[in-house]
Write a protein that binds this ligand. Structure first.
Ligand SMILES: *[C@@H]1O[C@H](CO)[C@@H](O)[C@H](O)[C@H]1NC(C)=O
Ligand SMILES: *[C@@H]1O[C@H](CO)[C@@H](O)[C@H](O)[C@H]1NC(C)=O
Ligand SMILES: *[C@@H]1O[C@H](CO)[C@@H](O)[C@H](O)[C@H]1NC(C)=O
Length: 348
């Protein structure tokens, strides 16, 4: 009896494996994600990365592959704590590793970021500054950082995460001391530092129409009305399986109607319970396809970036315990159905 059940299980397994292989052959375009993006007239498909992962040869081989990635974002090393660890003492050693790799491979670079409430050096987060002092510090930081990479960066996240989810301004050291004036200050300093890079404001929970997206549209409108340089909005898109907002495409179109471009800048679609089921992986594939197709349908959406491409190095499990499996490659570098979802989103 046990023997019979064993044979039966083996049979079911073999049929399922054959079906899966056939499915992959029929639906999984193997052209590469960046090839698919460019075939769809987008500028790039990209990924965030950390250089300490590059000793992992399998990781690095996929990262380098231009057919997969045409754009790179430094996940951490261009942030304030890394680039200005002491007041006016700048250190671009770690950032340059990323920028040099990008230069050598001919990919595009997104700069990330100039002004954010998080990952600040202690001297700044613990300091007490008058408004004129902090205004000077913000200008000096943005100008020096963006100047250092002048001519090398396709777009900069000059302002990162300025809003609360209800659309009010985040109360942080910058807003507390400078009200909203730090935003035009930083954007103008970045423009002086590099006249040709695209200046972005980047945020999360602005994927669908709602209070936070509305606040950001209002900010873009008012910056434009007062002649402050603003070129784009980064829609981070840290999403959950089954949770892609239905208004994503309309929302992106509303942003671009303001005379700016948009990009999906930090895409991952995580499972809130693990391990993923087969149905869950199919839903995740559909969700990746939906996000990419929305970008595809909006001419001003220039590209899509994932916040790392493999579950092995995803930020999700450490930030959302018990959640994960958010990336298109699993932790063993096997492409998940999500990978085919991305190419389907670009190629229709
Ligand atoms: C700059 O950063 C690098 C990498 O983190 C570090 O090794 C180096 O000591 C730093 N340089 C200075 C002058 O602090
Ligand atoms: C400075 O701020 C950091 C957090 O950025 C905190 O951990 C640390 O205790 C603070 N140090 C002082 C002396 O307040
Ligand atoms: C902050 O700036 C806004 C305009 O951006 C203004 O309406 C508001 O009164 C200012 N708040 C304070 C406390 O100055």
């Amino acid at each position: 009896m046990v023997f019979f059940l064993g044979i039966l299980a083996l049979g079911v397994f073999l049929v399922a494996t054959a079906a899966r292989a056939a499915l992959e052959q029929s639906s999984d375009f193997q052209v590469g994600l960046n090839v698919a993006a460019q075939a769809a007239q987008k500028l790039y498909f990209g990924t965030a990365t950390n250089a300490d992962q590059w000793t992992d040869k399998t990781y690095f081989d996929i990262l380098k592959d231009d057919s997969e990635f045409g754009q790179i974002t430094a996940a951490n090393v261009m942030k304030w704590f890394d680039t200005e660890p002491e007041p006016s003492v700048f250190n671009f050693t770690d950032g340059d590793v990323i920028a040099d790799f990008v230069k050598a491979t001919g990919k595009r670079l997104r700069g990330h970021n100039c002004v954010w409430y998080n990952q600040l050096p202690d001297w700044l987060s613990n300091g007490t500054f008058t408004a004129p002092e902090l205004a000077f510090i913000v200008e000096r930081h943005c100008f020096t950082l963006v100047s250092h990479y002048r001519g090398q960066v396709y777009s900069w996240d000059v302002i990162n995460e300025p809003f609360n989810d209800d659309g009010t301004y985040r109360v942080d050291i910058f807003f507390n001391t400078l009200n909203t004036s730090y935003i035009p200050l930083a954007l103008k300093a970045a423009r002086r530092a590099d006249p040709h890079t695209k200046l972005y404001i980047n945020d999360y929970n602005i994927e669908g129409i709602g209070a936070k997206a509305t606040a950001l549209k209002e900010l873009v409108r008012s910056l434009k009305a007062s002649g402050v340089p603003i070129d784009g909005v980064g829609i981070q898109s840290h999403l959950t399986v089954g949770g892609v907002p239905a208004t994503l495409q309309q929302n992106m179109a509303e942003f671009t109607a303001l005379g700016i471009e948009v990009a999906i800048t930090e895409l991952d679609i995580r499972f809130t319970a693990l391990p993923p089921t087969a149905a869950g992986l199919a839903q995740q594939k559909a969700d990746y396809a939906t996000v990419v197709a929305a970008c595809n349908a909006v001419p001003g959406c220039v590209g899509v970036t994932v916040w790392d491409f493999t579950d092995k190095y995803s930020w999700v499990p450490s930030t959302f315990p018990g959640q994960g499996a958010a990336c298109p490659w699993d932790e063993n570098y096997v492409k998940k159905p999500a990978y085919a979802g991305i190419t389907e989103g670009f190629l229709g």
